[in-house]
Design a protein around this ligand. Sequence first.
Ligand SMILES: Cc1cc2nc3c(=O)[nH]c(=O)nc-3n(C[C@H](O)[C@H](O)[C@H](O)COP(=O)(O)OP(=O)(O)OC[C@H]3O[C@@H](n4cnc5c(N)ncnc54)[C@H](O)[C@@H]3O)c2cc1C
Length: 486
Amino acid sequence: MAKIIVIGGGVAGLSAGIYAKMSGHDVTVYEAHTVAGGNLTGWQRGPYHIDNCVHWLTGTNRKTETYKMWERLGALGSTGVYEPQSLYTYYEDGQSVSLYRDINKFEKQLLSLSPGDEKATKALINAVNGAAFLCGLCGQNFRGLFELYKCTRMSTGELADRFRHPLIRGFLSSFLTDGFSAAALVFVFASFCYGNADLPRGGSKAMAERMTNRFIYLGGRLCTGTEVRELIHGKRTAGAVLLSDGTVDFADHFIITTDLLSYKSLTGKPLPDRFLKLYNDKRLKKFSSVHFAFACSAPLSFKGDLLLRLDKELSDGLGAEYIALREFSHEPGFAPDGETVLQAFFFCGEQSCRDFIIMSDNNSLYENKKKQLYEAVYAFIVKTFPELSGKLKLIDMWTPATYKRYTDSGSGTYMSFAFSAGFIPKRLNNRADGFDNVFFATQWLQPPGGLPIAASAGRDAIKTINRIEKLKIKNSALREGAPLNP
Ligand SMILES: Cc1cc2nc3c(=O)[nH]c(=O)nc-3n(C[C@H](O)[C@H](O)[C@H](O)COP(=O)(O)OP(=O)(O)OC[C@H]3O[C@@H](n4cnc5c(N)ncnc54)[C@H](O)[C@@H]3O)c2cc1C
């Protein structure tokens, strides 16, 4: 048994903590915030609950290894998952296209909307089936693998350009935005259509609480409201952490689950080149979003997530082409009877994220910007859905600066990197270069990040530590001349 300190109590940190306990280690998770969960979170505003994470949770299909991981982490609880019938709907000029759970219904919808796009539709459906086969969700599909391979070479925008119908083009471009690899989009479609991307019951915060409870139930020590200021180390070995309350805690192994950019401030060493390369790779982009939550007292004419194209003027003003609306009628506890929470958000690129962070240093400038954005977004929603006029009350608004403040992510982001066409994401080695006992477990090890990548990074860090500990036992047994396999 080793003593392990985990820096950060997001999903990666909680996962590392739970797997450490299941492997018999003594483990402490230090989390700067008052609650664990990191980006997997939600909060109350009066009687309204604001859910701010899961749109789809990969790994809800029982056949998959990821499902088994979520089970071990206690993430899904005993109540099962909510299975939406559609992941998102794209709406333009009174017409809409939805990504249905039923892939045949989805295909029929595209074909009836645009018979001239039959070839492109068949290729898309084949690619989705190819991705599902690779994920172990359906049987062999070689034609599908070929179409999927083609998708790895193109962006979502290029995939959209294969279609003639503008609505289908908008549908494909709007979800992850234009520049993302088309393969990433196809994998999301495959996960959803094969029941592997549903929603945790109770929302994001409930999922984080279940993981936290599981960690504590297993005997893990969680110290919230405690920031790790420094990793105290010698030449190759770290020995302790210096905490925000001025105390020091010692351990045999240390796991860093924060944004890798905080490595320098924690260790005083530069971030190793192999990670810097990732941050400087032009094919990888950082992004975040600006969010609005409204209390809504009128019935909505749509369900789930709705994507809309912004008109030119608003698009130029916000620096975004699309806006997403999200409703939560599947979670009646999120709002009082007869009301609902309606969220709106739009994506912003790295420069815009930095601008928000800088602006947030000047309170009146920042608040003015937020007010201006709110007015523009409110006017757009009410123009699109006149029945909502006077029925929406802003209850909260947050920006990349909020993410920066909340999780200390370098540029106010909450996923790792969006990757463009031709980039094949792979997991980077989790050993901290130059250290014998420091490991990384974070979504930043593998684009595009997200919950399964964070959780599996936590699990893998413990696997690495277990190997090291086993080797130590073997070596000491060899030194003492004990038989290894009696
Ligand atoms: C709006 C939104 C929608 C999303 N949608 C999805 C989705 O649909 N599906 C999906 O898979 N993912 C989604 N994500 C992404 C997902 O939430 C993240 O990928 C995941 O939570 C990252 O987990 P993490 O543990 O790697 O990092 P984080 O969540 O950033 O956790 C790091 C933790 O470390 C703490 N910390 C930082 N520095 C220190 C320090 N010095 N000392 C102590 N603690 C420290 C932070 O407070 C934080 O709690 C979404 C995120 C957001 C915000």
